[in-house]
Design a protein around this ligand. Sequence first.
Ligand code: DP6
Length: 323
Amino acid sequence: MKQTAIAPSNIAFIKYWGKKDDDLRLPANGSISMNLSGLQTRTTVEFSRDLENDEVIIDGIRESMGRTGEHLERIRHLAGITEHARVVSVNSFPVSTGLSSSASGFAALTVAAGAAAGLRLSEKELSILARQGSGSSCRSIPDGFVEWLDGDTSDSSYAVSLAPPGFWDIADVVAIVSNEKKEVATTAGQARVGTSPFYPVRLLRMKEKVEACKKCIQEKNFSAFGELIESEALEMHAVMLTSSPPLMYWLPTTVMLMRKVRQMRSTGLAAFFTINTGQDVHIICQKKDVDDVVTNLKQLQEVKKIITNYPSVGARLSDNHLF
Ligand code: DP6
């Protein structure tokens, strides 16, 4: 039977960068994120005897199988079926530019394909399964503010909701500076993590950082939260920049925007940045300040597009099929 799922992308406040098991995608550390209302993937999946191969169409373009094919195989294996699948997927935003399309993509694929294969999986099981497709996608399964428990085994590495979307009125205003695809894909970038002399130092403090971030969320302490997530993003990029060969995901406009955010703060506007594997900048602010942040960004001709996100529910089934 045909099934469709909608899943949000998520922005990590405490980042996943480096794995302790590449095949199982077990992260070296736990991480914290928020699901994003404006960055979503919708995916429809149908398994059928009539298909000779899997077919995957993303945003109207037929894709080579790769990781999606491996994920379908994982799901077939779990369900004990052999039929190939037709997968059609649309994103509400540009993919492979660092806006975490693999997070929303693999979360939507997991929920839709799991249901289409006849599996009845719990939220925890869906998160474990999604994680094996792309690590950060396990955080797009539960609702709102989410923690990925790193775990030492596949069954103990999954994400849980820390608070529902309505818990805290904050926003992620994404400033898109270019649709240029990133030069080094995230998985390949992460494989270099051990070459940075700073990585072992980073790992020593990750548990502490996860706890500090959870406390800021629980207490809704926005200024402490903002300082923490901004320094965390810079620390992850310090590891990237000092990897061998170095990873530099920033464009000149990315740096300009980081400075702009700090300048906004100096005028009393509580805004903080975080950045993933790409050039775009996520500006985290309180809901009441969104208009001010957007007004500031609109003055900059380098900003091509602005997408305002609020905390969102996680992945779920939908009746709105794509074929
Ligand atoms: C910088 O989940 O895309 O966005 O497991 O190899 O698919 P794979 O990596 P992925 O890595 C995300 C890295 C990040 C930080 C984060 O989202 O935590």
